[in-house]
Design a protein around this ligand. Structure first.
Ligand code: KIV
Length: 277
């Protein structure tokens, strides 16, 4: 059964951890749903792990919509959150139009956007319009350049205080879930205790109300780099290369296709076929 927003809040109150994993297409969504994960994020990380961009910045609305629709088809019974790509929420009007598309056309149950105080008016506009919002603070990959690169955030007093305040402001603006990325566990712990809404950590320690990771990272399908916070549960990339190499070699050596992969004709039809010539 698809989880609801009040259920996520109840899970936090009951101390039950919330699981979130990214998915980007029909089969990955089916696998994540079959594994019983509470919620799927169609992350703009798809720009890097699926489309091969250097960062999430080039990802477009059309790409997010394309992938969100496929995930929806693969996971009808899972709460799906779609990322709003860079610049798709630069103004309130743009944000309304684009968030509306991810919900209406993409079939998402909620949208996620990055930022703290700077996005509060946008979060208010969207929640007033009835669009469920997930916040994302700490390391925000869309604006990593402004943060000095892909670095842990909130390590000094000033920035730790700012992140804690950002979290409160997002809750007050109407966000129902908050992703905390790459911040010290103590900062994440304090935010999680301060807020009524659940926090979902990625590189933010065990005291968050739930965890999120990237599908390709946990399965060993993306090897360009691996952040410290990633735990790899399988090496499917290596297995895939092995399997593809076997196929390649079997075709070269005429081992594949074998009889069981081949269609034939009855002797009678063969005789008539050749006889007609
Ligand atoms: O795009 C993404 O996958 C994300 C998660 C890493 C939180 O934003």
């Amino acid at each position: 059964m698809k989880k609801t927003i009040p259920e996520f809040e109840k899970m936090k109150q009951a101390g039950e951890k919330i699981t979130m994993l990214t998915a980007y297409d029909y089969p990955s969504a089916q696998w994540v749903e079959a594994a019983g994960v509470d919620t799927i994020l169609v992350g703009d990380s798809l720009g890097m792990v699926v489309l091969g961009y250097d960062s999430t910045v080039p990802v477009t609305m059309e790409e997010m919509l394309h992938h969100t629709k496929a995930v929806r088809r693969g996971a009808m019974q899972t709460f799906v959150i779609a990322d709003m790509p860079f610049m798709s929420y630069a103004t309130a009007d743009l944000a309304l139009m684009n968030a509306g598309r991810l919900i209406k056309e993409g079939g998402a149950d909620a949208v996620k956007l990055e930022g703290g105080f700077n996005v509060i008016p946008i979060v208010q506009t969207l929640t007033n319009a009835g669009i469920p919002i997930v916040g994302h603070i700490g390391l925000t990959p869309q604006t990593a350049n402004q943060l000095g690169g892909f670095k842990v955030q909130g390590r000094d007093l000033e920035s730790a205080k700012r992140i804690v305040k950002d979290g409160l402001a997002l809750e007050q603006a109407g966000a129902f879930l908050l992703v905390l990325e790459a911040i010290p566990k103590q900062v994440a712990g304090q935010i999680s205790v301060n807020l009524k809404i659940p926090t979902i950590g990625i590189g933010a320690g065990l005291d968050c109300d739930g965890q999120v990771l990237v599908f390709h990272d946990i399965l060993g399908l993306f090897e360009r780099f691996r952040p410290k916070f990633v735990k790899q549960y399988a090496q499917l990339g290596d297995e895939a290369v092995q399997a593809i190499r076997s196929y390649h070699e079997e075709v070269k050596s005429s081992v594949f296709p074998a009889d069981e992969h081949t269609f034939g004709l009855s002797d009678e039809v063969i005789e008539k076929l050749y006889g007609d010539k």
